[in-house]
Design a protein around this ligand. Structure first.
Ligand SMILES: [Zn+2]
Length: 312
């Protein structure tokens, strides 16, 4: 069994804006270039993702959501929402492969072909809610993967740790009333998309299975690591997840143009170490999904540090 597999398809590059937009194909090519330069890919298997079948997209999204995304793309619209989530004709294949990546990743860890998996994907996913594509996200890739693991492999407890600088409102919404998925997010607050207060703890059976750490601008990596030590690792220990999924955005990096946090690439390595040690100790897998991160250089360096740990 390999320690790390990477899921990637060059069709992710086809989802390309016809104007300047921070969520663009260069994000992925800058990561790949650095990984090649560091010879990181010499002994890591790169797998192509499956296309997500409707059945699993519909486990996280409404039929209206699926139709809205499909119709907007094939009707030739430029934006799918009120203005920040662009689409082009090839966005459809990119979105299906991005959503399918988590399915391939879950199969790989279930078949013991990889201990950890990184989904090097776009469009990102964590803002896409039950019926709302938004925030550069068409389908909620990580939520679809979690639903797949719950349904196909009958898992009962999946932890999602979301350290993208923005609150993953979509993921929170999709799992708000279930005790099977524990959603934990650290994010700048108040900030886009507006959700993610401490009071949002889940509902019904899901009460206590949503945990938000809203953080002020200029929060540094030391604070993030303290929160892992003081709260998050204890929560994970009590929850006993059978799998950890990470919404790995790297836009909390100090150099990121879209946010105001103060992390550096080493902080992403240190957070990964904490989760990886927990996963090793409990003999469970980590599947990490690329979300945000908009300074190309900071993004590539941060992903490289993240992957070095996941490969150990
Ligand atoms: Zn983000």
């Amino acid at each position: 069994m390999d320690n790390l597999a990477i899921i990637y398809d060059e069709k992710f590059l086809l989802h390309a804006p016809q104007f300047y937009h921070p969520e663009n194909p260069q994000r992925i090519t800058s990561i790949l270039n650095l990984l090649k330069e560091k010879s990181f890919l010499n002994d890591v298997q790169i797998m192509r993702p499956a296309l997500a079948p409707d059945e699993y997209i519909l486990s996280a999204h409404s039929g209206e959501h699926l139709s809205l995304v499909r119709d907007s793309i094939f009707e030739g619209k430029n934006f799918i929402d009120s203005g920040d989530t662009y689409v082009v004709n090839d966005s459809w294949i990119a979105a299906l492969l991005s959503a399918g990546s988590g399915l391939t990743a879950v199969d790989l860890v279930a078949d013991k072909k990889a201990k950890n998996v990184f989904c090097l994907i776009r469009p990102p996913g964590h803002h896409a809610g039950v019926s709302t594509p938004m925030g550069f996200c068409l389908f909620n890739n990580i939520a679809i993967a979690a639903q797949y693991a719950l349904q196909k492999y009958k898992l009962n407890r999946i932890a999602i740790v979301d350290w993208d600088v923005h609150h993953g409102n979509g993921t929170q919404e999709i799992f708000y009333d279930t005790e099977k998925v524990y959603y934990i997010s650290l994010h700048q607050y108040p900030f886009y998309p507006g959700t993610g207060s401490e009071e949002e703890r889940g509902a019904g059976k899901g009460f206590g299975y949503t945990l938000n750490f809203p953080l002020p601008p200029r929060t540094d990596g030391k604070k993030y690591l303290q929160l892992f030590d003081q709260y998050i690792l204890t929560e994970l220990k009590n929850f006993k997840p059978q799998m950890i999924l990470i919404s790995a955005g790297f836009d909390a990096h100090a150099k990121d143009p879209l946010a105001d946090m103060k992390l550096d690439e080493n902080d992403f390595a240190l957070m990964t170490i904490k989760l990886n040690e927990f996963a090793d100790k409990n003999n469970i897998a980590i599947i990490s999904f690329l979300e945000g991160g908009y300074d190309l250089n900071a993004l590539a360096k941060s992903v490289f540090e993240h992957l070095k740990i996941l490969k150990q």
